[in-house]
Design a binder for this molecule. Structure first.
Ligand code: MN
Length: 308
């Protein structure tokens, strides 16, 4: 397993961008928090790979998720802010600010928030062990579930070196991926305008490419194996933007692999219910479910016509 005490690059590289974000007005929200919503309560929520600061980030869906949920603990499992992209081009729409503000407000409301920076927000890794606005910054964490399982929580880029054969893919992939995410953004903007549900371009592409599927499978195995060596019951990570649950065996033990997905294409969150049961939520599906319920609750088209 990778060394967890690596050194971070100098913060000066990111200071300009972070300084601008810090000075943006926090009180004026583009999307105010809706009143009178019953939030679904979980014991724990894990989200990662939000990539704030890029067009690819599905801010609207994440805001919707944050407004409809609550938890005792929330893990931000890395790549929350995309420092790589921000350094190249500053992009920070009001919705990204709204997300920032909502997370800080959650901490004030009493949610324990643990932020584990990833590779795209590695500039925060040098603050490991510190506490900002009620948000704990950690390099990795152990999480004990309500039913007594111990999970190792980390972003997952620690294994990029092990996956060396695929390293070139990471570099070429980042640019290609960014282009694709930009496309995804516009396709879905158009679909929304037409009243069509959210659709993921790269999700379709990814599952068609054999190499990507092999890469993901191998990654999951490598991460689970590393967790097994640390004597935990399972691992929670992000990084590869593919939400998944798999069970591996190591000797006589069984190791759970959980990936909380991303908010660029899949829009997933991993949650632990109050009894310890874990579940991967697909938020576009949850929104569709809610919409259907709402429509069923309303009078049918015919009665409305009759009334008119
Ligand atoms: Mn990552």
């Amino acid at each position: 397993m990778a060394d967890l005490t690596e050194t971070a690059p100098p913060i000066t590289a990111y200071l300009g961008a972070m300084d601008t974000i810090a000075r943006l007005p926090v009180k004026r929200l583009q999307t105010p928090e809706p009143e009178g919503i019953t939030r679904k309560r979980f014991r724990t929520i894990w989200i990662s790979d939000v990539h704030l600061g890029t067009k690819g980030c599905n801010a609207d869906l994440l805001i919707d998720f944050l407004d409809h949920t609550d938890s005792e603990t929330m893990y931000l499992v890395g790549d929350i802010i995309d420092g790589w992209r921000l350094k190249k081009k500053f992009y920070w729409p009001a919705e990204h600010n709204d997300i920032f503000w909502r997370i800080l407000k959650r901490a004030r409301r009493g949610t324990r928030i643990v932020y584990i920076p990833g590779n795209h927000d590695e500039m925060f890794r040098q603050f490991t062990g510190l506490n900002f606005g009620g948000v704990e910054i950690r390099r990795a964490a152990f999480h004990d579930t309500a039913d007594g399982r111990r999970l190792l929580v980390l972003h997952g880029d620690e294994f990029d070196a092990v996956m060396l054969a695929h390293r070139w893919l990471a570099f070429v992939g980042d640019t290609l991926y960014h282009v694709m995410m930009g496309l995804n953004h516009w396709v879905n903007k158009a679909r929304r305008a037409l009243g069509l549900p959210y659709w993921s371009l790269s999700k379709v592409a990814k599952h068609k490419v054999k190499n990507a599927v092999e890469f993901i499978g191998r990654y999951e195995e490598v991460v689970a194996k590393a967790a097994a060596q640390r004597g935990v019951d399972g691992v929670v990570c992000g990084h590869i933007h593919t939400a998944e649950f798999r069970e591996f065996t190591s000797g006589e033990r069984s190791i759970e692999y959980w990936n909380d997905g991303d908010w660029v294409e899949g829009c997933n969150a991993l949650v632990e219910h109050l009894d310890g049961r874990m579940e991967i939520l697909n938020w576009p599906d949850e929104v569709a479910k809610r919409q259907r319920k709402l429509e069923q609750g309303e009078p049918s088209v015919d009665t409305r016509r009759a009334a008119a």
